[in-house]
Structure formats: C-alpha cells, structure tokens
Design a protein around this ligand. Structure first.
Ligand code: BGC
Length: 246
C-alpha cells in the first residue's frame, strides 16, 4: 500500500510516495521551494505541483508547521499569518482532487520515528523534539500520540523556548555547540519536570549533526537521535493518512 507523503516547511515543500508496510520511499523525493510569502493559495499550488509530478491520484498525508485540528490551522509561528483559520485540508483537496489529511509536522515526524525509527518498540512516555526553524514537539504515551502539543512555545527566561534553543537560533546567534546545548538542556529539564519522559528523540535538520552535540545533552531520560532525518515528515504524514482513511 502506497500513500503520498508531503512535508510543508518554511523553506521547502517536499514529497514522495511511501510504502506504508516498510516506511520506505518508493520514488525519489521531489522538493520545491516554499513560496514567499507563504500564503495558503500559493502553498497549496506548490503542493498540487508535487502531486502532479508523481501523477498521484490516491490519498495524501501532508504536514504543516502549526496547530492543525480537523484540517484547520490554528497557529502560524513561522508561516504567513493568513493560515490561521484556513482549512488547509479542503484547500489542498480542491487543488488536487485527492483525499487529504493535514497534520502538525512534528507529530508526523514522531509517528514515523515510533513506527520505523528511534522510537520503535518503546513504551512509556516518549517525547520527540525537532530542532529547526522552530522547535516542534510530539508526545507519545504507550505509542499513542497526543497531538498539537507545541512545547516549543513554553516560556523559558521570558522567551519562547524556540526563540532561544531552535537550530535557527544557534546559527543566527553564532552559538557554539556547547552554548546551544546549554539552552537545549534548560528546555529538556523543563520537559522533564512536566512529563518525566522515558525517552527523548532529538530530530529536525540538526539531528544529522548529532555527533557534535548529543553527548552534551543531559536528562534522566534516555536521549537518542532521530533515525529518519529529513524524511520523517513525509513518512509520518503518509502513515497518519493511511490510519485516518483506513
Ligand atoms: C510551530 C509548530 C511546529 C514547529 C516545528 C513551531 O513554531 O508552532 O507547530 O511543529 O515550529 O516546525
């Protein structure tokens, strides 16, 4: 069974068909830049172009970096504000003619890691964080996702956590790995107080460089790098859509 997974990010929109049984991409990933400004119509047009590229006619799972409930975006931290209140599911469905499930990007990455990656077989409380432009979060209790947690917006030192400890902030402020890890540790410590997780999975683009910083991170919980790197969103979106439309 194949489902088309699409991952909408702040700078790129990428997609590929996914084999749901194995979690593998069945064709080479296709990526287009995210239109700027990233208004709903323009973003949906790019998604439709990706769908056409694969001559796709079936179910689509699609991520979006915001709170998503029943297809509607309720936040827009790193995308155009006009997304708030937009039913992205309806919009993409209208442009492609395909049934669409829209879900939060970090939730999708978490679904992929739990099914085929670093979280596979883990019970208890598992928290995945993606460190990129923002900080995404997904929490699983015995394998069940609690969606739209948005922990990256917890306040730390009077700021959104993601405005201190995202990967973007590391480069923007020129922080070395140690200085950045200190901030990430403050964030993980807060998460530990709130949820006593058994496992943290560190994902997002920066997880590619985990050898540079993972040993600097501290927690009572085990800390592991994500395994699926920049494909997690695509794969997780496809799995979630499969479960939704099944
Ligand atoms: C958004 C989240 C998203 C995260 C990662 C945050 O700014 O609020 O919805 O999951 O960035 O993209």
């Amino acid at each position: 069974m194949e489902i088309l997974g699409i991952d909408i990010g702040g700078s790129g929109i990428k997609g590929a068909p996914v084999n749901i049984e194995t979690g593998e991409l069945t064709a080479e990933r296709f990526r287009l830049p995210t239109p700027q400004p990233s208004v709903p119509e323009a973003v949906a047009d790019v998604v439709a172009e990706i769908v056409r590229h694969f001559k796709w006619q079936g179910v689509i799972g699609c991520t979006f970096p915001a709170v998503i409930k029943n297809g509607v975006a309720y936040s827009a931290a790193n995308v155009d504000q006009s997304w708030i209140g937009t039913n992205g599911e309806d919009l993409i469905q209208a442009k492609t003619g395909c049934p669409v499930l829209l879900l939060n990007d970090a939730d999708a990455a978490g679904v992929a890691e739990m099914a085929f990656g670093a979280g596979k077989g883990h019970t208890g409380v598992v928290i995945l964080h993606t460190f990129g432009t923002g900080i995404g979060s997904a929490i699983f209790v015995n394998g069940h996702l609690v969606p739209n947690t948005e922990f990256g917006h917890l306040e730390i030192r009077c700021k959104d956590a993601e405005h201190r400890a995202s990967a973007r902030n590391r480069t923007k402020e020129g922080l070395n790995w140690l200085a950045w890890a200190y901030r990430v540790n403050e964030f993980l410590a807060r998460m530990e107080v709130l949820f006593s997780p058994d496992l943290f999975i560190i994902g997002g683009g920066v997880s590619r460089k985990h050898k540079k910083f993972l040993h600097l991170l501290e927690s009572r919980a085990e800390i592991v790098p994500a395994k699926m790197l920049n494909q997690a969103g695509i794969i997780g979106a496809a799995i979630a859509a499969f479960e939704h439309f099944d």
